[in-house]
Design a protein around this ligand. Structure first.
Ligand code: URA
Length: 187
């Protein structure tokens, strides 16, 4: 199941792996987690038709188990190619498995969610996985905040350089974190 959405697209969303519903329908995030994702996107003024949605793994792991490192490794060339075609300005990384593959070594999802990591001019923003918020409703507010944060970053980015007057009023709401480290997606 490769993914859905326009290419190019300003925003790319990367989850973990297709689940049962995704496998049946051949589209990402169409089950309960997908419905929450649609709501979250709607809350920041986006529809799923405007963003490219995919997963690290292109096939559903048997019995819905966690992805194995060699499986993620095998699928990485597809994700890399998608990234090259979509040319996103921002990538929302959903959940700890996608985070481990896409920004290895930056820290746990609970520590870095909502932060902006710049890699070769692209903003990578880890967020809690919608499925995690369905299991633990305490994470929902954090997840909404992560999406709000991403929206704020995109608004700043799309608005271009801040006018001088605005610059004097203080730092932007989202201060991108710049790290020199190589990202597996960017050659
Ligand atoms: N969870 C994911 O990570 N991806 C999907 O496509 C569906 C559920």
């Amino acid at each position: 199941m490769p993914g859905t959405g326009p290419a190019p697209a300003e925003i790319m969303i990367v989850g973990e792996a297709p689940g049962f519903s995704e496998d049946v329908q051949g589209a990402p995030f169409v089950g309960p987690a997908g419905r929450l994702l649609d709501t979250l996107l709607g809350q920041i003024g986006l529809s799923r038709e405007q963003v490219f949605i995919t997963n690290v793994l292109k096939c559903r792991p048997p019995q819905n188990r966690d992805p194995m490192p060699n499986e993620a490794e095998a699928c990485l060339p597809y994700l890399r190619r998608q990234f090259a075609l979509v040319r996103p300005k921002a990538v929302l990384i959903l959940g700890r498995h996608a985070l481990e593959r896409m920004l290895p070594g930056v820290g746990t999802i609970s520590r870095v969610h909502g932060r902006v990591f710049m890699r070769s001019g692209v903003a990578f923003i880890p967020c809690y996985h919608p499925a995690a918020a369905l299991h633990n409703s305490g994470l929902l507010a954090d997840l909404q905040q992560d999406f709000d944060h991403a929206r704020g970053y995109l608004d700043e980015l799309l608005a271009g350089p801040a006018p001088e007057v605005a610059a004097e009023t203080g730092p932007p709401a989202t201060e991108p974190e710049r790290e020199p480290e190589q990202l597996p997606l960017i050659p």
